[in-house]
Ligand binder design. Structure first.
Ligand code: KG4
Length: 343
């Protein structure tokens, strides 16, 4: 096996994840335990529940990551002291969730006497493009769209990032979740809204394309969410039956139009030859199809990570950690988890 061997942990939101990477950039394991079912009945992620579930899951998830990696390496077992570093997401995210992974990784690093490496979650999403695509390299424009983030990033090089624009209020995934909640479709909203949208008419209801002509690369989703909720309330008040597929398709079209227009502008402004996607919303089929068309029109290469690598995972954190290890960028055990953390 090529050294170093690094275990990385991710616990920034509602996924407890651990992965082992080796010096040949091979992910020897990539384990994710999702808590989504525990949050579903509340219609969104409940921070206190997330923290408690991370505590329950983290030992088992790390053990599994070590066992799967051992099997992949042809060893009977892998122990913490067989590793060269322990890495963890330290920001941004739910601080009470992050702190579980951070404390656990610190304990492992201290106990096994190996270096401790901290990784920014958003940088992890950029590195997710490497998973299954070893040929991927910057420069690129990346759209990160999840339950907590909505931003466009220019990656000039590994480690050289510029945020071109971000949401000024809600994240895209959050808007999907709130629309689903208003329609009584459960949580998370993205997958179920996508399913209904496939059967609806995207032109049925003219929902607002917020900030489409704002002249910058920022986004706003809260007005769209309010417009959809108001529409639903008005229809109900008038005693009309809701056309759920049309609402979902029209809402999705409003989101996608703005996302694609701003991504196109970002590509033209930066001249980047590659466009990438990250975050849970990257699973949306309408969005993916629209990006395929836009990239073909612009003559830009489109890189979409595997769906499992779009959502939160530790494989992407391990990819960043390997670069940090090679650069000798280790962190003191006094490093804290942070709710906010710029790229
Ligand atoms: O990256 P992710 O797994 O983690 C968090 O940010 O927590 O993203 C989850 C978000 C949720 O808001 C979910 O509704 C959204 O991604 N999502 C989707 C789809 N699948 C998941 N949004 C739109 N279309 C989808 N198919």
């Amino acid at each position: 096996v090529r050294r170093p061997l690094i275990l990385a942990i991710e616990s920034s939101c509602d996924e407890t994840a651990a992965a082992v990477i080796d010096g040949g950039e091979v992910l020897r394991s990539d384990v994710v335990a999702t808590q989504v079912d525990f949050h579903a009945r509340f219609g969104g992620v409940v921070p206190e529940i997330a923290s408690r579930k991370h505590i329950e899951a983290i030992c088992g998830v790390c053990d599994e990551a070590l066992d799967v990696a051992a099997a992949s390496l042809g060893r009977s077992r892998l122990r913490w002291r067989d590793l060269d570093a322990a890495a963890v997401t330290y920001a941004p995210g739910l601080v009470g969730a992050l702190v579980v992974g951070v404390a656990f990784a610190k304990g492992a690093a201290w106990g096994a006497d190996i270096p401790f490496i901290v990784v920014n979650h958003l940088e992890g999403h950029l590195y997710a493009n490497k998973i299954g695509r070893p040929d991927f390299a910057p420069p690129a424009v990346v759209s990160l769209v999840s339950g907590g983030n909505t931003l466009l990033v220019h990656m000039a090089d590994w480690g050289d990032y510029r945020v071109l624009g971000a949401t000024i209020d809600d994240a895209v995934g959050e808007a999907f979740d709130k629309v689903a909640k208003a329609l009584g479709l459960g949580y998370p909203g993205g997958p179920v809204v996508s399913k209904f949208a496939a059967e609806g008419d995207p032109d049925a209801i003219p929902f607002p394309r917020a900030m489409l002509h704002s002249g910058d690369l920022r986004f706003s989703l809260s007005g769209l969410k309010t417009a959809v909720v108001t529409y639903i309330n008005n229809e109900r008040a008038a005693g009309r039956e809701l056309n759920v597929p049309d609402i979902c398709a029209s809402f999705t079209a409003a989101v996608v139009d703005v996302q694609v227009a701003k991504a196109r502008t970002a590509l033209r402004e930066t001249g980047a030859p590659t466009f990438c996607l990250g975050g849970g919303v990257a699973a949306n089929p309408t969005l993916r199809a629209a990006y395929e068309q836009m990239c073909a029109e612009e003559g830009v290469r489109l890189v979409m990570p595997p769906l499992a690598s779009c959502g939160d995972n530790a494989g992407m954190i391990a990819e960043v950690a390997l670069d940090r290890y090679r650069a000798g960028a280790f962190s003191p055990l006094s490093t804290d988890a942070l709710a906010h953390g710029d790229l």
